[in-house]
Ligand binder design. Structure first.
Ligand SMILES: Cc1ncc(COP(=O)(O)O)c(C=O)c1O
Length: 395
């Protein structure tokens, strides 16, 4: 095997993924190497140890998110969680309602599930968001939501925080509206968990999805909760995977204790550090925006004002005269992402930026930065120099 090349890239793409916190990796190691028992083989001590570690980790997760312990399903990540939540509810044999509401700026792991349901005969409404220039740019239009809801609506699925423009949705107000019509609320909280206090009791949200690698945990593991909300409304889920019947038949397959321990440790650490991380990332993000405004004129924001309802580390900007892809290609020592590749492997212009009323060409001239807790002021200064110099070269 070739020796690993240590990267010198300045990583400013923390919405795509975050590095695994070393404290998390250390906790996981013992469950990979020494205590490797199968948590479903509880007839012996090795299995019981693993089962206990999984149970303790699920309790930490449930307590943090404020849901009952037995309403957390461990999955491979938010993509699977979104699929299980939406398909699981809509396709359950006892589901009578045939209408799903979502928004135009969801992640493809929600939108593609919704569109497949539409093909299969479900009624699907995609509600829009307030356009660029509006004080609530990027937030779902609650009037449209209320108009779309009816007594045939099984589920509303609206994300908590957007992965491209960082907009925070008025999730408690959305929950109230959905429940008024007897619908459940699922929220793709992948960008929110670990970055904001996500309290499912206070907000009355029924289900959320998350991925551990977005909050400094390992990749390939995530969660779906289905017991949130003040009233703990009944959620019937049709499983996607069948087999050994693990996780109360909701998700067959051997759980990885290392991943579950890693996810719980990462969530505990990230949650306890939210205030400090928010302060650091906000300061660096604001500094990045100010410096880029000096270097590039005119520079516009995509989404809401920086210090409004927006993730602290998020910056999404519209360039005047250069495509995001070209800037990225000219500045390979900084990792960030363009409006054409934020959430999928294809090169379509971002549906999120266009959802704000921007044109396709504007979407292609948009780029996203995600500042994380391990970024430093020195790194940022260096990145600003590299970005400005590359921009000057290609404009
Ligand atoms: C909002 C949102 N939902 C879902 C996902 C999918 O997560 P994963 O690839 O870990 O399944 C992502 C990842 O970018 C995301 O940002």
């Amino acid at each position: 095997m070739k020796p690993l090349q240590l990267t010198t890239v300045i990583y400013l793409d923390n919405h795509a993924t975050t590095p695994c916190d070393r404290r998390v990796a250390d906790e996981m190691m013992v469950w990979l190497v020494e205590r490797f028992g199968n948590p479903h083989s509880t007839s012996h001590e090795m299995g019981r140890q693993a089962a206990d570690a999984v149970a303790a980790s699920l309790s930490v997760i449930a307590e943090t998110l404020r849901v009952p312990d037995d309403t957390v399903v461990v999955t491979s990540g938010a993509t699977e969680s979104n699929n299980l939540a939406i398909d699981g509810i809509c396709r359950h044999p006892r589901q009578k309602r045939r209408h799903l509401i979502t928004s135009t700026i969801e992640h493809p792991a929600v939108l593609d599930v919704a569109r497949r349901l539409r093909k299969d005969g479900f009624r699907v409404t995609e509600i829009g968001v307030h356009p660029q220039g509006h004080a609530l740019a990027g937030q779902v239009d609650l009037v449209q939501l209320e108009t779309a809801l009816d007594d045939d609506t099984a589920l509303v699925s609206i994300h908590w925080a957007n992965n491209e423009i960082g907009t925070l949705q008025p999730i408690a107000a959305i929950a109230k509206l959905a429940h008024r019509f007897g619908a459940l609320l699922h929220s793709d909280a992948t960008q929110a968990v670990g970055r904001l206090p996500v309290d499912l009791h206070a907000t009355d949200v029924d289900l959320i999805s998350a991925s551990a690698h977005k909050f400094y945990g390992p990749k390939g593991v995530g969660l779906l909760t289905f017991g949130g909300g003040v009233q703990r409304r009944r959620v019937r889920l049709k499983p996607m995977l069948v087999g050994g019947g693990q996780q109360r038949n909701l998700r067959s397959g051997t759980m990885s204790p290392a991943n579950v321990v890693g996810m719980a440790t990462a969530l505990r650490l990230a949650t306890s550090e939210i205030e400090a991380t928010t302060e650091v990332t906000r300061k660096l993000r604001d500094q990045l925006f100010e410096s880029l405004c000096d270097a590039i004129d005119p520079l516009e924001l995509n989404g809401s004002e920086l210090n409004s309802d927006r993730l602290a580390g998020n910056l999404n900007i519209l360039l005047p005269d250069v495509e995001g892809e070209a800037w990225m290609a000219a500045c390979r020592d900084v990792a960030f992402s363009s409006g054409s590749a934020c959430s999928s492997v294809d090169a379509n212009a971002s549906h999120v930026i266009m959802g704000l009323g921007r044109s396709e060409s504007e979407a292609r001239r948009s780029v996203r930065f995600g500042i994380g807790k391990f970024n430093t002021a020195a790194e940022l200064e260096q990145a600003i120099g590299l970005l400005s110099e590359a921009y000057e070269r290609i404009r």
